[in-house]
Design a protein around this ligand. Structure first.
Ligand SMILES: [Zn+2]
Length: 83
């Protein structure tokens, strides 16, 4: 059943369970569910990116977000510890 040759990948944002097989699907997903992580300038840049160009840009962007998140949690904030 289906395209067995088409590998599925998880959303680059580790906490998100979304699975994608085609870059355009990942782009749709980000525009629908994660649009808030992009600044307006980044959104403009993304609109012109397709396929592997989009994936490369996105992976790099998410990696930078995660580096920044170490000092200021934003993408993957752990739940506050409370008694
Ligand atoms: Zn996602």
């Amino acid at each position: 059943m289906g395209d067995v040759h088409m590998l599925k990948h998880q959303c680059p944002l580790g906490f998100c369970p979304f699975m994608w097989a085609r870059p355009c699907k990942l782009k749709d997903h980000f525009m629908a569910d994660h649009v808030e992580i992009f600044s307006p300038e980044i959104l403009e840049a993304i609109k012109s990116l397709r396929g592997q160009d989009f994936i490369k840009f996105l992976v790099e962007y998410v990696r930078k977000l995660n580096v920044e998140a170490k000092s200021q949690p934003m993408v993957q904030a752990p739940p506050p510890f409370q008694f």
